[in-house]
Design a protein around this ligand. Structure first.
Ligand code: ADE
Length: 339
């Protein structure tokens, strides 16, 4: 748990702070979400109230934290940042809630990883701004109700489907962040290049954008690596050749697939005859956690049409076979037979 305003060097939000837009005007893309949030903010300000609790969901790197920070800034209220897995005990959450300044935004990242006890403790806090603390143990235990100052919970998750329905129903608004379109990613790259003080030619912007997995965080990471490459191996300007060479060195292909994506697809194709294969079987074959497969590997592969989730399991598409230039065992045998 960290205060993000004013503290130095000791938290993840410092990372990429220079590139993070700090207003709705500077934030590119997600137009509908921005419009909705701006109305919620203006209306609450007009009434002199704190805003409703808000749930933001979408893939990692799409800007959920950034939006929470922008909202706090627009409202000129403090923001405190926590994450689901770090709020292990009810007491952790109680300590935070009971020390909030009025109208603070409490941002909880990875909300789907809150444990049930903590989650249930959150319900009355969200609904009626009360903390129900149990003092003592056994028959002598008493419940102490504490009033909380007005506050707004902004929860972010990559997996809204894993939130319990009582928690989900307590948000006044829920917004889904989608993958970005190519034009928006290009604009983000140009904006970030300007902030980093590096020249990036338009063909290089095209190349980097295509490999950015429709995700600003990836775009900014590739841009920074290309800047390093240009500085060390060239004249500091990111041109098409620098962009292509950077991607090659990082083993990122022209649509943003990395080694682990290719390996994931190859295992389904070669070991499971391109599916359908159940997620648990796949997790065991890859020695990877199911949640990593579902949250990290699959969303982009599904977006580019390389993977389908069916009721029978995961299936790799023809488009993926063509892109990776791989064949199933059956296809290879058929090819040999037809030779
Ligand atoms: N950097 C990361 N995400 C961004 C966004 N959505 N707009 C502008 N710059 C960004």
């Amino acid at each position: 748990m960290e205060d993000i305003l004013g503290k130095e060097g000791n938290n993840f939000l410092e990372f990429d702070q220079a590139l993070r837009p700090d207003s709705f005007e500077a934030y590119i893309g997600q137009e509908k979400v921005k419009e909705n949030l701006a109305i919620i903010i203006e209306a609450a300000q007009g009434r002199g109230e704190s805003i409703d609790h808000i749930l933001l969901h979408g893939q990692a790197g799409l800007g959920k934290t950034t939006l929470a920070l922008i909202m706090a800034k627009a409202l000129a209220v403090p923001i405190r940042v926590a994450s689901g897995p770090t709020l292990k005990k009810v007491g952790d959450l109680a300590a935070i809630l009971s020390n909030l300044e009025p109208n603070t935004i409490l941002f909880i990242d990875e909300a789907h990883r809150l444990n049930r006890m903590v989650e249930e403790f959150l319900y009355p806090a969200m609904e009626s701004r009360k903390l129900h603390l149990i003092i003592g143990k056994g028959p002598g235990a008493r419940t102490l109700s504490l009033d909380l100052p007005p506050f707004t919970l902004i929860a972010a998750t990559t997996r809204a489907d894993l939130l319990s329905s009582p928690l989900r129903s307590r948000f006044g608004a829920t917004f889904k962040l989608d993958f970005y379109n190519n034009e928006d990613i290009k604009e983000i790259i140009r904006r970030s290049a300007k902030l980093l003080g590096v020249e990036v030619q338009s063909l290089a912007v095209e190349v980097l954008a295509k490999s950015s997995r429709a995700t600003p965080r990836v775009a900014n990471r590739l841009l920074k690596r290309a800047r390093d490459y240009a500085q060390v191996k060239s004249n500091g300007v990111i041109d098409e050749e620098v962009a292509l060479k950077t991607l090659k060195l990082l083993e990122v292909d022209e649509i943003g697939l990395e080694n682990h994506d290719r390996e994931f697809l190859r295992i389904i194709v070669e070991t499971f005859n391109r599916g359908p294969v159940g997620i648990e079987t796949l997790a065991a074959a890859l020695c990877e956690e199911r949640s990593v497969i579902e949250d990290v590997y699959e969303p982009y592969l599904m977006r580019v049409g390389f993977l389908k989730r069916t009721s029978a399991g995961r299936v790799v598409t023809e488009a993926a076979l063509a892109h990776l230039n791989i064949k199933t065992k059956e296809q290879r045998m058929l090819d040999d037979y037809l030779k």
